[in-house]
Write a protein that binds this ligand. Structure first.
Ligand code: ZN
Length: 501
């Protein structure tokens, strides 16, 4: 087979899969926003059908033949070809190693697990939920054996979310964070300086919240001609194509933070997708690289930009003009309030400092489970012990403890660490951007976000999956991935806010 023809066919096949996935994405967006109640059952069928078709296409032996034809050719000297072929080969190998029957069992156990979780969490019934959890763990173990790994089972699970990430890299990264982060939490707790936050819980009319969000997002660089903002129960961003990346939010009329920071977070995800090179649509070079890198974009815009003093220098006067609730509040008090640090039981409500400790706990428990050092039965006790050690709070119920997240119920083990990786990458990228561009907050104060977005486009977005995530970060920042920048950022920002010495 002629290598050039083979490569062309791979591209065509990739585009066909991407177009189908785009349709499924659009159906998913509709499912989570506007679908009428009676449409749900059929929509579930639509997803099952599309995912079966996509799986068949992705594991077609023809792909193996086409890849072999290109891999043996001089076409591989073209770096674009080499990058696409490397990623296609990896995806193809992983997809074909999992027997169809196992894939079906995993999907079924995940969906049963999620329904069981919703039911048993309401009743605070850990014993009722446990069999579903055990089934997921057992199947994920079988999955890991099928896809293969070098050092340990857990690596095979990490690889699903973050290419190339290994337990042996993650353990020291979390160790680096653990001591300083727990100490910072304690120092903040001991500080006499506390923010006033009552005004965040006053009346914030939905229409004004939406108006404010739509005023801010385009200035950040979220292209509204290639996106839109809708309402949903569980906010998300979804890419149909770089020309159509939608975000959603949820409004609480008695709480400012949720919709605003949630929208900036989702817009961060969306700006990444909008920045992927359109000419590579349907090939790995046109795809986002990993969950961790994706989360680095959302967290950077949400926290390093959206919770910075420079940002509110520009937007606080506008917020105060819009919301009665802020009439007696000054800028400094507002910035302190939206950066409040308070150890809590629930991960999704956690602040920037305590968040990583919630993730650390989950990572350690997952690892112990898959290393066979912890039995699923013993999870609640281990959970509570770690909550006490890291955050100084202990849940009174399973629902606000070990059963709070849906991830394990759906068999998503190895997913949690990507949240902290996102924070680590975000701080490292931001530090490198400031080294290249100078201090960014004065730009934010002027509503000028183009230097930062331009830098991210250049260093991260335009590369798609050209490099595995750790290499992408190393190339963008000139340094290997490390927790140093995140710790410096947290110590600097919260040390100043809380007057720590
Ligand atoms: Zn996110």
């Amino acid at each position: 087979m002629d290598a050039k023809t083979a490569y062309q066919e791979l591209v065509e096949r990739g585009r066909e899969r991407a177009d189908l996935a785009a349709l499924a994405g659009l159906a998913g967006w509709d499912l989570r926003t506007y679908i009428p109640k009676k449409g749900h059952a059929h929509r579930a069928r639509v997803f099952a059908t599309v995912s079966r078709v996509l799986h068949r296409k992705a594991t077609d032996p023809r792909i193996g033949e086409l890849l072999a034809a290109v891999e043996d050719s001089s076409l591989m000297e073209d770096p674009d070809v080499a990058a696409n072929v490397r990623a296609w080969r990896r995806d193809y190998e992983r997809a074909t190693r999992v027997p169809e029957s196992l894939a079906a069992e995993i999907a079924e156990a995940a969906s049963r697990g999620e329904s069981a979780w919703a039911e048993f969490k309401k009743k605070n019934d850990w014993e009722g939920f446990l069999p579903y959890l055990k089934r997921n763990i057992e199947l994920k173990r079988a999955y890991a054996e099928a896809v293969g790994y070098e050092d340990e089972v857990y690596d095979a699970l990490l690889e699903d979310y973050e290419e190339g990430l290994r337990t042996r890299d993650l353990v020291p990264l979390f160790e680096e964070l653990k001591g300083p982060a727990t100490r910072l939490v304690r120092r903040i707790a001991a500080s006499a300086k506390k923010p006033r936050t009552d005004f965040l819980h006053r009346a914030y009319p939905k229409a004004e919240q939406r108006g404010f969000i739509l005023e801010v997002l385009p200035e950040l660089g979220y292209d509204m001609d290639a996106g839109r903002l809708d309402e949903t129960a569980h906010p998300f961003a979804i890419r149909i194509h770089p020309g159509d990346v939608r975000i959603t939010t949820r409004y609480f009329e008695d709480f400012f933070n949720a919709a605003f920071f949630g929208s900036v977070h989702e817009a961060g995800h969306a700006m990444y997708e909008q920045g992927l090179p359109e000419e590579h649509w349907g090939t790995p070079l046109g795809q986002s690289v990993s969950l961790g890198v994706h989360e680095s974009q959302s967290r950077m815009w949400e926290n390093l930009v959206g919770r910075s003093a420079g940002f509110w220098r520009r937007y606080f006067p506008r917020a105060r003009a819009r919301f009665e609730a802020l009439a007696d509040v000054d800028e400094e008090a507002f910035v302190f309030a939206v950066n409040e640090v308070r150890p809590s039981l629930i991960r999704v409500e956690a602040d920037e400092v305590t968040y990583n400790l919630h993730i650390l706990l989950r990572f350690e428990l997952e690892l112990a489970l898959f290393r066979g050092e912890l039995a699923p039965e013993d999870l609640p006790e281990a959970w509570n012990r770690k909550m006490e050690a890291y955050l100084g709070v202990v849940p009174k119920t399973y629902a606000e403890g070990v059963m709070q997240d849906v991830h394990w119920a759906g068999g998503a083990f190895g997913y949690f660490p990507t949240y902290t990786l996102g924070n680590v990458y975000a701080a490292q990228l931001f530090e490198a951007a400031e080294q290249a561009l100078g201090s960014l907050e004065p730009h934010f104060a002027e509503g000028d976000f183009a230097p930062l977005l331009g830098w991210l486009r250049e260093k991260v977005h335009r590369h798609g999956r050209r490099y595995p995530p750790a290499e992408l970060i190393q190339r963008a920042t000139g340094r290997p991935v490390s927790a140093g920048p995140l710790l410096r950022y947290l110590e600097g920002k919260f040390g100043a806010l809380y007057g720590l010495t």
